[in-house]
Design a protein around this ligand. Structure first.
Ligand SMILES: Cc1ncc(COP(=O)(O)O)c(C=O)c1O
Length: 432
């Protein structure tokens, strides 16, 4: 085939361009086939983000791109900003970037810190570790409270460290709300109380990339200064948008902070956003999707969304216990409503098990990240998710455990189903 292409390329320009289109289409066609490898049914995307994107959002993204400086755009810009304020539960500024969540991490740091500033971080897992590495690279000094990757943030440890810092050298406490690598959700309101008890003026910066839209989150009430999030988890969107919710205190810190920043600069965003516009070309079509995502969350009601996630997480844990497997998170008060990480029995590799599940049931489960690689698999139960999606997911896991020869007891799916049936909302029966 390649030889044929090269011969034609050499002898005729037009034939060569047609051929290269053909070759491109063929390779893309092959890719499409491998993306949807089963002939029927949807792929089960049960990783803890990106989560499956509902059709309603996909259809909204499908609209024609408009002039981002034209009159129609202003209404869109205003709608997404005010909508995201409701999701973050803040009356302050929400900055939207065309980037993945990592960009919003960087924005949080470069807007508030100066070279050599000290921040306190807590090692809850891989994402806390990556945020720390980023701070190191940016020239921010980090004190990292060690963790075992099986718990959330210990508010007492934060309080103890801040209480020692009499000179208030620590500029910020940076923590991950929902640690996606381990399935532990930190109690951010307790961290706030710990900072207050220590009487410390540090900013509180929180990564809620995978928590927002799944787990209870209150930027204003919990006194968070910078919340960091992304589009591809609880917001049910494709990857590609990120967010900073910013308190007045954080904005004041930004006016003094000296780390170099340009693209991420809040000041330019905050200046132009009230008009509905952005300082550079925004992801117009992603914003169409975001309007729909916000509407879906608000129509269901945030409290109902959070309760739905809690219920599915509990059903998942019941299945895991029935299989006699181990849940990675050790603190029940910190069990994640977003995902559950499962420890593989000794001598069994989680990636081999995930491969068996993918090949047999067209379902993707989350891999173990960082030092948990091969040792855990993660079940995502977030976003556009219901009882039967959970039953399908857990069935795939249970059948996969059998096929992969992983020692377990039967009955996990049964245990989850019993709990779902027991806690189902009573059906409304019409009289007459
Ligand atoms: C808790 C958490 N923080 C940060 C990130 C990084 O976000 P992104 O991969 O969108 O850059 C992720 C991604 O999964 C995450 O789960």
């Amino acid at each position: 085939m390649m030889l044929l292409c090269n011969m034609k390329l050499a002898c005729h320009g037009r034939t060569s361009s047609l051929l290269s289109v053909f070759v491109y289409q063929l390779s893309w066609g092959l890719l499409m086939i491998s993306l949807n490898s089963h002939p029927s049914g949807r792929h089960f995307l049960q990783i803890p983000g990106p989560s499956p994107v509902p059709d309603r959002i996909l259809r909204a993204i499908d609209n024609a791109t408009i002039d981002h400086r034209g009159p129609e755009f202003a209404a869109l810009g205003k709608a997404v900003i005010s909508g995201m304020q409701q999701i973050f539960r803040t009356s302050g500024n929400v900055v939207i970037y065309p980037s993945s969540g990592t960009g919003a991490w960087e924005a949080a740091l470069v807007n508030t810190m100066s070279p050599g500033d000290l921040v306190l971080m807590v090692e809850t897992g891989q994402f806390a570790t990556l945020w720390k590495k980023m701070a190191d690279k940016l020239g921010v000094r980090v004190e990292f409270i060690a963790g075992d990757w099986r718990h959330g943030v210990d508010p007492m440890a934060v309080e103890a460290r801040l209480a020692q810092d009499k000179g208030h050298e620590i500029r910020a406490v940076c923590v991950v709300h929902n640690e996606t690598s381990t399935g532990s959700t930190s109690r951010i309101h307790e961290v706030r109380k710990a900072i207050d008890r220590a009487g410390h003026p540090a900013l509180l910066m929180v990564d809620t990339v995978s928590g927002l839209g799944c787990a209870d989150y209150r930027h204003d009430e919990w006194g968070v200064d910078v919340s960091v999030s992304g589009s591809q988890k609880g917001l049910m969107m494709p990857p590609g948008l990120s967010f900073n919710a910013v308190s007045a205190k954080a904005l004041a810190a930004a006016a003094q902070a000296r780390l170099p920043r340009s693209y991420w600069d809040w000041a330019e965003m905050v200046a132009i956003n009230p008009s509905g516009y952005f300082p550079y070309t925004p992801s117009t079509n992603m914003l169409y999707g975001l309007v729909e995502a916000i509407a879906m969350l608000l129509e269901e009601g945030l409290e109902n969304v959070f309760a739905r996630h809690q219920r599915h997480a509990e059903a998942t844990r019941r299945a895991i216990r029935a299989w006699e497997l181990e849940i990675l998170c050790l603190e029940p008060a910190e069990y994640s409503p977003v995902l559950t990480a499962v420890v593989m029995p000794d001598g069994h590799n989680a990636d081999r098990f995930r491969k068996v599940v993918l090949e047999n049931f067209n379902m993707s489960l989350g891999q173990g990240l960082g030092k948990l690689s091969g040792r855990v698999f993660r079940i995502g139960h977030l976003g556009d998710f219901n009882d039967l999606t959970l039953c399908g997911t857990l069935s795939g896991v249970e059948m996969g455990l059998g096929l992969a020869g992983v020692p377990h007891s039967k009955g996990g799916v049964q245990a989850a189903m019993a709990y779902l049936a027991e806690t189902a909302a009573p059906a409304v029966v019409k009289a007459g």
